[in-house]
Design a protein around this ligand. Sequence first.
Ligand SMILES: *Cc1c(COP(=O)(O)O)cnc(C)c1O
Length: 354
Amino acid sequence: MSKFWSPLAASLVPYVPGEQPKDKQYIKLNTNENPYPPSPKVIEAIQAAANEDLRLYPDPTSGALVQSLASYFKVSPSQVFVGNGSDEVLAFAFAAFFDPAKPVLFADITYSFYKVYAEFYGLQADLIPLDEQFRMPLEQFNTRENGGIVIPNPNAPTAMLVPVDEFRSILEHNRDQVVIIDEAYIDFGGESAVKLVADYPNVLVIQTLSKSRSLAGLRVGWAIGSEELIDGLNRVKNSFNSYTLDRLALAGAVAAIEDEDYFQEITVKVNQTRDQTAVRLRELGFVVTDSTANFLFISHPDQAAEHIFQKLREQGVLVRYFKQPRIEHYLRVSIGTDEEMDVFLNVIADIVKP
Ligand SMILES: *Cc1c(COP(=O)(O)O)cnc(C)c1O
């Protein structure tokens, strides 16, 4: 606490990102980063953009990237908004669309940033409990009064997917509210809700380059929605920072979207490694939720998750442990390369052996 902090700053409970320790080389399976490098075309594009034009401000409309996303998703450029990571897009969306007079709805077990944003903007949150198997109780979103809804699909940290057509009912029951579908992990096996944008002016689909395009370090995310929603986001952005994407990020992001072959190749590899790892973990007695993401959510009947987390850490393998009701018996394990997962499996097999 400091006398210099505003009442707002003093009241905040900030998000805690997964650790990025520097004390030794870890196998990092704790922040859902992609184990493969970004497309070589991305590096080339960024190198080519690292020139004296950096003297000039970037395009405040991020026009080239908006255009390439619009072509990729077969929507109009007026239906695309880009930002400095999807976290920023989410922050703008909360400000643009959620009514402080009514609670925002999200699951009790979900991406913990939603609660942070809600508090930042003085919004009440009404938490919808997942069922015992961590399934999203979709009908609850149809009937509870709300000033906006946010659902990640697949959900984090459970990794579980809702088939996209099941969102139609929520969108129809909430025609006066915005429903955000956060698709940070959709490329690892789900079908995107972008196809719903043509039918529902109240759906906003948010995606990122951070996970499936191996570009967490570049900070690029986007939203696809009706023109009305995109205008709302631009109003907030342009009241905050006109130049959210720098020249290097813009160049790299366009190259990433254009290199579809590379993206497909690494995504297939991550998915295969995930499925093989899940099989081996089940053989070791772990409960593993059905994952459509680049991570697994796992629990062992005999060993405390916190103990497994600590033992893995001592042996140089970092995973994510959330000391939080309902999921304190679980670990979230990002998918690394096959070699990294072999090390992880050997170490964890030793930890849980009877
Ligand atoms: C990683 C993640 C994000 C944020 O991604 P950035 O684009 O890197 O800001 C958003 N939502 C969920 C559910 C995530 O896991």
